[in-house]
Structure formats: C-alpha cells, structure tokens
Design a protein around this ligand. Structure first.
Ligand code: NAD
Length: 348
C-alpha cells in the first residue's frame, strides 16, 4: 500500500514538479492538498483525482489529523511558514517532508525537530540532490578516494532572479537572499560529498546598490568552508547573474566535475584524470531519475520500514547553523569557527 501524501502550497514547485512527480513514484501517492486558493485547489484536485474531502485550507489544515489516508505532509510554502506548518503537522500526527531551507533560524529548526520527536514522527528535509543518482556517484568517488585525497572544491549556484515582488525578496518570508535559497545547494552538497563537517567559515556579501530586489535580502555571497581533513571549499552564489550551477572536486590524481549540478534534470558528470599520463575524460550516463519522485519514495519507504530518513531535520539544522556563521563572518569581516557537530551521514 502506497503512503498517502498531503501537499501544502500550490506554487510553482508543487504544480510544475512535485505533483507530476507522483506519477513516477513507486511508494508514494498524493491524496490531499492544502491551499489558500479554493478555486485553484479544486482544479488541481480534479486533475490529480483528489477527492473534495482531501482539500484543506490553511485554517482547516489541522483537521488532517482525522484523515487516515494522509501519512506524510509535504510542506512547499515560503520559508518562514515551514516552522508553523511543521509544528501543526506533527501535532496532527503526520510525518513531515519539509522543503529547503528548513526554516529561517536555528531556534525554529530545533523546535521543528523537537515537535516531530514528541509526536513520534519522521521529519525529512527535501534535499533532492542527495537522492539524485549522478550526485550520489560523485559522492561515492569522493568517499572512495578514486582520485586520491580531495584537496579543493569549487561550487557555484547563480541565477538572475526575476524582478518581481515575490516573497523571495522579503526578508521576513525568505530569511535571506541567494544564500538560503540557492547557496544552500553549495553548502549542503559540499557536506554531502565529503561526509565531514566544516570547522571554520569565512564569507563576503555584496548587493548592487539601488537594485530593488536586494533592498531586504542579499544578492551575492562567497564563502569558504574549511574541513578537518584540510579540504577548502569555495562556494559562490548570486541572485543577479546568469545561470551557473556547477561544481568541481579537485583531488590528487583527478577531478570530478558536475556541470550542471543542481537543476531538476539534464545533469552532466565528468571524471577527468590522466591514468597513463594522457588526459582522459569519462562521462557516465545520466540515469534520468526524477529527483522529487526519489525523495518522496525514500520517505515513504522510511515510514513503512520505520527507519529514519537520510536527510532528517538535523541535516537542515546543521546547514542553518553554518548559514548563520556565514552571515556573521561577512558582517564582522573575519573567519568564524564552527562548533564540532556530529556527522549525520547515512550514505556510506
Ligand atoms: P511559490 O511562490 O511559487 O509558491 C509558494 C506558495 O505558497 C504559493 O502557492 C503561495 O500562494 C503560497 N503562500 C502562502 N502564503 C504565502 C505568503 N504569505 N506569501 C507568498 N506565498 C504564500 O514558491 P516555490 O518556488 O514553490 O517555493 C516554495 C518552497 O519550495 C520554498 O521553501 C522554496 O525554497 C522551495 N523550493 C525548493 C526547490 C527544490 O528544488 N527543492 C525549488 C523551488 C522551491
């Protein structure tokens, strides 16, 4: 029996990616919707065969507790709303899949973890890259030291954010600008590849003066993470430049390049090395799996098998801690040491 999901928020990600992805799931199905727009919801419900009794507003959301068909709630709302809807969802006795970034502060993340723990329910953060097959291959090559010890990592995630009034430009709703939205991919993927936690971060931040998009939230951030093994990772993120979403892992005898690395599809992985003194490039085939279907199926299997997800709330909390240190470093113009954190690493 498939695990029933309620999807909260009918914005771009839900309509264009998440709902269509259920068609490729093996263990998850959508059985309920939650939205502030009843007309839109009725149309979407009809399209996906969801009964009117499976349609909820933000006010009636808590009544999900009386719907046994719903086992997981997938929260796809503006970042500032993740905290409230996780707490209410856990209280309704449901497992939670929460979009990234997990929340807007360390305190909120801690409260979300505590609420799900108290309810005895799983909390997973939707870090889709960790479920994507090519990125997993890259991770395995890094961990297996296929090209020796990793020395340096470069990651970039930039896009020229549309010039409208969307919530992503409001600090209270988004928590920040490029960093928590897309820079987070550089941070989380670096930690994922290495299986280590950074011990220090130094960062710089810049926003173009007079650009209305960046009145409240930052445009550009660069940050360097230093790891116990000695690896230095240089990450670049921006909201005002042309699409660039890629990384290179520089190891002793080869490099692992993913370009693009973070889109929903069309990823490209390349290994560059010189086994006999002659440069060789190897490009594994993209298995082209739907990343959203993979992550939703993963949590569904965790529910059925009663085991914790690979990317639990603690993973989102750790990223939030590091992002707060990144902002601190930029503010104070100096490196910030990070407290030792237990490695949360399921993908060995
Ligand atoms: P969106 O603006 O397209 O949709 C947001 C939805 O929330 C809309 O349906 C909107 O009506 C609703 N909403 C409720 N209260 C609102 C309020 N006060 N202000 C604005 N909207 C409100 O956003 P999106 O791109 O779908 O992003 C939703 C979440 O998904 C965010 O947390 C974002 O970071 C995350 N996201 C993740 C990925 C990924 O690849 N994993 C990609 C895009 C977005």
């Amino acid at each position: 029996r498939r695990v029933g999901y309620a999807v909260v928020g009918l914005g771009h990600l839900t309509l264009n990616e998440i709902l269509p992805a259920f068609g490729q799931c093996k263990h998850a199905k959508v059985v309920a919707l939650v939205s502030g727009d009843a007309d839109k919801m009725a149309k979407v419900a009809h399209q996906y065969g969801i009964k009117p009794s499976g349609c909820y507003s933000y006010q009636t959301y808590d009544q999900l507790k009386d719907n046994p068909e719903v086992e997981v709630i997938y929260i796809v709302l503006p970042n500032s709303m993740h905290h409230e809807f996780t707490l209410r969802g856990a209280k309704a006795g449901k497992h939670i899949l929460c979009e990234k970034p997990m929340a807007n502060s360390v305190q909120e993340c801690e409260e979300m973890i505590a609420a799900c723990k108290k309810a005895g329910k799983h909390l997973m953060v939707a870090y889709r890259i960790q479920y994507e097959p090519l990125n997993r291959q890259a991770q395995k090559a890094v961990r297996a030291r296929t090209y020796g010890q990793t020395k340096l990592i470069q990651m970039v995630n930039c896009q020229n954010q549309a010039h409208d009034q969307q919530w992503r430009h409001k600090k209270a709703l988004a928590g920040g600008g490029a960093l928590p939205d897309i820079g987070l991919y550089c941070l989380n993927t670096t930690r994922y590849l290495l299986g280590e936690e950074p011990i220090e971060v130094s960062a710089q931040l810049y926003s173009t003066p007079g650009d209305a998009r960046f009145k409240e939230v930052e445009e550009n951030v660069t940050f360097t993470l230093r790891f116990p093994s000695g690896v230095l990772a240089q990450c670049t993120t921006g909201y005002g430049s042309f699409n660039s979403k890629a990384y290179t892992v520089h190891a002793e005898t080869g490099s692992i390049k993913m370009d693009p690395a973070f889109p929903y599809h069309g990823l490209h992985l390349e290994y560059v090395h010189a086994p006999n003194g002659k440069q060789l490039k190897e490009t594994p085939n993209d298995p082209m799996k739907n990343q959203f279907a993979l992550e939703m199926d993963h949590l569904a299997e965790c529910v059925r098998q009663n085991r914790p997800p690979y990317t639990p709330g603690e993973e989102g909390l750790q990223d939030q801690r590091i992002m707060e240190a990144i902002y601190q470093s930029a503010r104070e113009s100096k490196p910030v040491k990070l407290a030792a954190a237990p490695r949360l690493d399921a993908f060995r």
